[in-house]
Write a protein that binds this ligand. Sequence first.
Ligand SMILES: NC(=O)c1ccc[n+]([C@@H]2O[C@H](COP(=O)([O-])OP(=O)(O)OC[C@H]3O[C@@H](n4cnc5c(N)ncnc54)[C@H](O)[C@@H]3O)[C@@H](O)[C@H]2O)c1
Length: 253
Amino acid sequence: MEIQGQAAIVTGGASGLGAATAHLLAQRGMKVFAFDLAPSIEKAPAVDHVEYLDVDVTDHASIRRGIATVKAGTEPLRVVVNCAGIGTPGRILSRRGPHDLHQFAQVINVNLLGTFNVMTLGAELIAEQQPVDDDGQRGIVINTASVAAFEGQIGQAAYAASKGGVHSLTISAARDLASYGIRVNTVAPGIVETPMMAGITPEFRESLEASVPFPARLARPEEYAQVVLDLIRHDYLNGHTVRMDGALRMGPR
Ligand SMILES: NC(=O)c1ccc[n+]([C@@H]2O[C@H](COP(=O)([O-])OP(=O)(O)OC[C@H]3O[C@@H](n4cnc5c(N)ncnc54)[C@H](O)[C@@H]3O)[C@@H](O)[C@H]2O)c1
């Protein structure tokens, strides 16, 4: 699908993988609406053709307001990329007792329900656009899981469950939205170099890098953005989860 002159929504678009994606899509001629929380937006750089909107993906009314702003713009919405996510660790049972249920629900709420809600309301607007090709394609949704969807580590129960949900949703959503000409794919990254990684010790970094078969380094946010662009461009990729992990298979810890 050609993206020049079209609009995209990128949630979590003020930081990390979302920011790299927002920047790449804007460079390639899209008008990008970066949905994120105010504290992240305040730290984000001004980038041409990227408009930051204070949208909480756990709040239905907030997403609706964001989508209304997108709809009021001149470029038709074609692309929704869900990157907003949190990863609060916690074991199911530890010396401190059972897993805090509220904390589990919060991770599901942001990562799975937030993704579902932005996808759903975004698809509603994409479905209003004219098809762009003879197949009747109108647009694409790309969600973000994690290799934890398949190999959740110790202390990742909530995160793994949320990302497993995002992965499982992919084929169902692709089938549901097929009649509107909307493709749905998911990216499951391994370990990516984001601001979060800046504080780790050189020893821990080395052990993380050594766990990746090839290339034996952390992935770059720009490499995630490149997968998003490849998925947008390839009209026959649908209902698919792409692992972007250098052949990493996570161990228990
Ligand atoms: N960095 C990695 O190694 C890695 C690996 C696998 C998967 N992922 C996934 O990729 C996505 C992006 O991760 P990242 O490393 O760029 O993280 P990040 O913390 O740099 O960015 C996440 C962004 O999401 C935003 N966000 C959080 N809750 C939100 C909400 N309720 N509403 C709107 N925005 C909200 C944050 O403000 C932040 O700007 C996440 O879903 C994460 O689980 C990351």
